[in-house]
Ligand binder design. Sequence first.
Ligand code: AR6
Length: 176
Amino acid sequence: MTEARLRVVQADITTLAVDAIVNAANSSLLGGGGVDGAIHRAAGPRLLEECQAIRNRQGGCRTGRAVITGGHRLPATFVIHTVGPVWQDGDSGEDDLLASCYHESLRLAEAQGCRTVAFPAISTGIYGFPADRAAGIAIRVCREWLAAHDLPQTITLVAFDGPALAILQSALKKEA
Ligand code: AR6
């Protein structure tokens, strides 16, 4: 039951028509490279305006936390911006902070009534978190969430390329 609700796909997350996509943002919320840049480009300038308003209100977003905005020109209705940890040595709280990103994003998705949510592999690009370790954490938190909540109904973990897809698929088997 839980398994059917957790999926792994290879895609450009900006093309997915889900209720919410998650953005691997930074604490400024003002955009950047990687998936953050792609999401801002596809969503258009209104997304940055909305992020700026949140920043003015609450001073950005801390590592491990999340905020939600509209999707603007994206097919997704909402964007949940979460700030992953920068990889240090694996012994500086990175695992718990990454788990918190998934958990806080799912909490916001549920509060917004989202039925479908898609995550990129948070922290595994510019922030340098090892992809296999990150995949194990993502899958564990999503499974625990799905076992205890009706929303979202489905969670999609998005790999940007073939190697990332293989890592997610093997983590899905290993953690089962
Ligand atoms: N769709 C799906 N996944 C993608 C896409 C896409 N269009 N583009 C990249 N990825 P990263 P981080 C994958 O670097 O490590 C930004 O500057 C990518 O292959 O985007 O959390 C922010 O502003 C990788 O697997 O995010 C922050 O400053 C994953 O998304 C910083 O980067 C995450 O890579 C955040 O670094």
